[in-house]
Design a protein around this ligand. Structure first.
Ligand code: AP5
Ligand code: MG
Length: 208
């Protein structure tokens, strides 16, 4: 099964993609996560990626498709996979030639997004916390690996605003694109993490 998670920055794509991945036993390909790992390297590409992400701008398509091709060749993707953060533009959606089974669109208001992103904390191991709803056991430290948590550079209020604008211009049209294909499923993202997961699982079972 190939599932795409679509939604505004901070809508909970990453959170839900991880939980659904455990349930369906298929991997998540998180484009943002992969790019943040590239950012940590000491290469020219890393410098370019850092500049763009930190300003809330998209990374060039050639890099995105290069990453995707490499990931999809892994054996673990044979049974299917979840895409979090791809596609983000109509061009990317049209260029992606695999048969998508389901697109989960997590619908959340801008005011909730701003609240959630200002209280998000992340670990370099990929685990995501929230000071309001998903606190680590020990303040500032990852429950899983014990490393210090940090605030994502692109979660600064000004950059969040910019990301929301770019989302509206570039990513929002994908809702209509996948609706026309009859594979879009809208989920109310203002509920608890548990309730959203339950709604998503019901939709995916119906779609299977
Ligand atoms: P990416 O990392 O994908 O960023 P994004 O789409 O902006 O989404 P986020 O990761 O910020 O939010 P999320 O929806 O995953 O929410 P989360 O689960 O963390 O991409 C980063 C950047 O990389 C892009 O800006 C771009 O530059 C580049 N990039 C990536 N893909 C690209 C592509 N295809 N092409 C070009 N460039 C690309 O949740 C947010 C917070 O809320 C967390 O703290 C969480 O704990 C909390 N939370 C989640 N659900 C709930 C809930 N139900 N109730 C309360 N709190 C909740
Ligand atoms: Mg994410």
């Amino acid at each position: 099964m190939i599932v795409i998670f679509l939604g505004k920055p901070g809508s909970g794509k990453g959170t839900q993609a991880e939980l659904v991945s455990e349930k369906l036993e298929i991997p998540v390909i998180s484009m943002g996560e992969i790019l943040r790992n590239i950012k940590r390297q000491k290469t020219e590409t890393a410098k370019k990626v850092s500049k763009l992400i930190d300003k809330g701008q998209f990374v060039p398509d050639n890099l995105i498709f290069g990453i995707l091709d490499k990931r999809l060749r892994r054996k673990e993707c044979n049974k299917g996979y979840i895409l979090d953060g791809f596609p983000r533009t109509l061009y990317q959606a049209k260029m992606f030639k695999q048969k998508v089974d389901s697109v989960i669109y997590i619908d959340v208001s801008n005011s909730t997004i701003i609240k959630r992103l200002s209280s998000r904390r992340e670990c370099s191991c990929g685990k995501v916390y929230n000071l309001l709803t998903k606190k680590p056991k020990k303040q500032g430290v990852c429950d899983d690996c014990g490393k210090n948590l940090y605030i994502r550079e692109d979660d600064k209020p000004e950059t969040v605003k910019k990301r929301l604008q770019i989302y509206n211009m570039q990513t929002k049209p994908l809702i209509e694109f996948y609706k026309k294909k009859g594979i879009l499923h809208k989920v109310n993202g203002e509920q608890t993490i548990k309730r959203i997961l339950s709604d998503i699982m019901k939709l995916l079972k119906k779609a299977a």
